[in-house]
Design a protein around this ligand. Sequence first.
Ligand code: EPU
Length: 421
Amino acid sequence: MDKIVIEGAASPLRGTVTVSGAKNAALPIICATILAPGRNVLTNVPRLGDVRTVVKLLAITGADVELRWPEVVLDTTELDNPVAPYELVKTMRAAILVLGPLVARFGRAKVSLPGGCAIGARPINLHLRALEAMGAQIAIRRGYVEVECERLQGAQIAFPVPTVGGTENVLMAATLAEGVTTISNAAQEPEIEDLAALLTSMGAKIEGAGTSVIHIEGVESLSPVTHRIIPDRIEAGTFMVAAAVTGGEITLQGVEPAHLTAVVERMREAGVEVTLGEGAITVASRGPLAPLELVTEAHPGFPTDMQAQFMVLALGAQGQSRITEAIFENRFMHVPELVRMGARIQIAGRTATIQGPSTLEGATVMATDLRASASLILAGLRARGTTEVLRVYHLDRGYENLVEKLNKMGARIRRVPSELY
Ligand code: EPU
């Protein structure tokens, strides 16, 4: 398998980088095209492993797919197979997002249960309970969840915790249900707003997306559309940290600053200069960094998907930082790898205490999830010597052209194909 090699402690990052479309918006939006028979055109779609996986799922259901990156055309006129097989679901949990749309369109679906995950148990009980409340009959057979329903009925869904995927599944399913569905304690992530914008342009009746209460009035049918995916706020945040840990100055283009409020606030608290513009963010790091106290939260709080990257920022700070992971129970997989590079981090329960400033040494490292892998790249940029990051497929799932983009800003980073070592 390929690896990424970073010559660390290089010159500070400088220049501009264009942020790609958001993975976590593209995934549910691709699934949502199941609801609107016809030719749906999605633009600004990031060319990523996870996006390919979900496109394959659509192809299995019978969709005609054209990949013309960054455009993806999905013709969902004639779907005939409401099934998501284990072989694909096991590689990407977000595959569960086909469940709501398949049930809404076919009145039945068979989707493999996702199984274990590197960052926590990540059950789907809340997705299933909500569909049940909408009148679906659910059975688990031989590792698959099998759902049946004549037509879904509008319902009051109150989530005990805000779940991004659960909110998306119910939102999609409710567009074609009979009557009104209300989701309370809904997730408020920008990706939910983007999904609601797509569904609304398809003809759905939705109010309140982006707040904690969403009302959906079911309609008889939806029509295909052309839709542009929002920028990836986590990719953007990752580059912001890259600039800060190298003491550089970069400008992000094609970004939506309003989606990054919590990240920008925490960076400023750490002493990084952040200037917001129209579709642009400039990040400059000149002086010493201050330690951080942060807790991950559902949006608009600080995103769990930026926790691992901020740990590398904290490693450069003058003093002790504390980072608490409140969303997932096992999302510190990067810590033992960072420690191997010389970081001083201790974990007690869900809180990591980071002693800064740490001198990092290059090492061969690997991680078991996407954002943890990103944090190792950032650590490699800061470390003295050479860092090799293995299991590159995690990064390919969620970062488009990461190596090229960092190189263009002056990082000394390259991808080594597996046949060369
Ligand atoms: N939860 C349940 N039961 C459920 C669903 C969720 O207990 O049925 C719990 C989870 O275990 C977790 C919490 O609720 O503790 C929140 O999970 P959520 O459902 O919001 O997460 P998700 O939809 O599975 C999405 C992103 C993740 C991101 C989280 C949190 C996509 C495709 N994935 O996952 O992104 O970390 O929201 O913001 O949108 C990533 O991109 O690296 C990534 C992991």
